[in-house]
Ligand binder design. Structure first.
Ligand code: ADP
Length: 417
């Protein structure tokens, strides 16, 4: 007698050990699976096995139409089951969901809350049922049900095991849903970004032809006229040139988003890059009476870079230094060797940049001044272009400023040849 009960005890311990082992296994698999359907099938299969019952099902809460729906069930077609709505009020699963409490029923068909629509639909007779809520943070996401215990009735230990399974399952389902939502959002962002890129490419291309005509005729007019007329034509020409510069920036941004930047690296000295860049902005600097200070030596320091595109990056930064400086100020352009790199900088004594915006200004279309109160114009793409072009060649660009009114320094580090 004693021997028999010991064997019985041993068997029950063994069974329990197996259950716990399976539970740990499930938890590991759940954490490594992010496919929602795979997860749902795994949960129902494991619940059926762990509780030694005929079937298990997962009902999830549908927030849009407040009701539960079958997300998975062993041996049934989930698509068919999903068509059957399970009300929150007046159904067993609904009661478990609402009360956030497990429920054990060993004679289901006699319970008035038994929702026979499901049984009718799948020709499945529910005799005994154990249902537990699936908790996630402070809410319930659904209900996990085990149906028809093969031998005997559902026990307290079954309740504990199914509750742990449900808690793990809820986290895994939530993660899978979050991942899906993030992927969807990412796709949307990608689509929007593509639309923006296409628009930029088309707009800059389409505006170029009429602008060419404006510039052509304004040049004739300027050459053929005198006095006030010539001056007026000159205004038109200046405005058109400004527009062309903006269109060039738009094209450069589109170029940056393409896979191939078409870089043609050559051996060139940093001094040449800086001097050519400064040549391009000398005129606008003189119009604001800005003094350009050269803080670099004559001994050439070489880099292996695309000259034209690197100059473009510097011109963008120099143009900003001019635009954001007050008349009569000073702009310092410097370079110094630093190990394997050459550190160059453009320092102005202009309006400065708030410290918390020093990174943001490199984002496309970002401008410190809100769009409706901008007094400096621009599209907010000069810096992303500069950074993109320099980084694509192994360099770095960043901004430093002690804040508003304290001037700004843009640093560009280039890899030495
Ligand atoms: P844009 O100058 O056309 O607006 P950018 O991408 O070149 O576009 O610059 C983004 C923003 O960074 C500017 O609108 C301005 O707010 C800020 N910024 C850039 N350079 C300077 C500078 N030298 N001094 C102060 N603010 C600057």
């Amino acid at each position: 007698m004693t021997v028999l009960s010991k064997t019985g005890q041993l068997r029950s311990l063994e069974g329990r050990h197996k259950q716990l082992f399976r539970l740990v296994e499930l938890s590991v698999t759940l954490n490594s699976t992010l496919d929602l359907n795979e997860l749902l099938n795994l949960i129902t299969a494991t619940a059926t096995e762990l509780l030694e019952c005929e079937a298990a099902s997962i009902l999830l809460y549908d927030e849009k139409n407040p009701r539960l729906f079958f997300a998975a069930a062993t041996g049934s077609d989930p698509a068919e089951l999903a068509k059957i709505p399970v009300p929150i009020e007046g159904s067993l699963a609904g009661t478990i969901f609402r009360t956030n409490q497990p429920m054990v029923l060993n004679n289901v068909e006699q319970d008035p809350r038994h929702y026979s629509l499901v049984a009718d639909h799948i020709k499945f007779k529910t005799k005994s049922l154990l249902g537990v809520p699936m908790p996630i943070k402070d809410r319930v996401m659904g209900v996990l049900e085990a149906v028809n215990k093969r031998e005997g009735a559902f026990t307290d230990s079954d309740v504990a095991i199914l509750s742990v399974t449900a808690a793990h399952a809820a986290i895994a389902i939530n993660n899978a849903r979050l991942l899906k939502a993030t992927q969807r959002a990412l796709e949307k962002v990608k689509d929007t970004n593509q639309i923006k890129s296409n628009f930029l490419a088309i707009a800059s291309h389409e505006l170029r032809t009429p602008l060419g005509i404006v510039i052509g005729y304004a040049t004739f007019l300027q050459q053929d006229s005198q006095g006030e007329n010539s001056e007026n034509a000159n205004h038109v020409l200046n405005a058109a040139e400004q527009m062309r510069a903006l269109l060039d920036q738009m094209s450069n941004l589109t170029l940056l988003q393409s896979d191939d930047l078409g870089l043609k690296p050559v051996k060139v000295s940093v001094q040449d890059i800086l001097n050519f860049s400064i040549d391009e902005i000398k005129y606008p600097a003189s119009r604001k009476d800005l003094q350009l200070v050269y803080a670099f030596g004559d001994d050439p320091i070489y880099v292996d870079m695309d000259m034209q595109k690197t100059i473009l990056a510097y011109v963008n930064i120099l143009n900003n230094a001019i635009r954001f400086s007050t008349d009569g100020g000073e702009i310092v352009i410097g370079a110094v060797e630093q190990g394997n790199n050459i550190l160059t900088w453009v320092q102005d004594r202009g309006i400065g940049i708030p410290v918390d915006k020093l990174d943001k200004i490199f984002e496309e279309f970002y401008q410190v001044e809100p769009p409706n109160s901008r007094s400096h114009g621009g599209l907010g793409i000069g810096l992303p272009i500069a950074r993109g072009l320099i980084e694509a060649q192994g360099g770095k660009v960043w901004a430093e400023s002690e804040g508003k009114g304290k001037g700004s320094t843009f640093k560009i580090s280039l890899p030495k040849m």
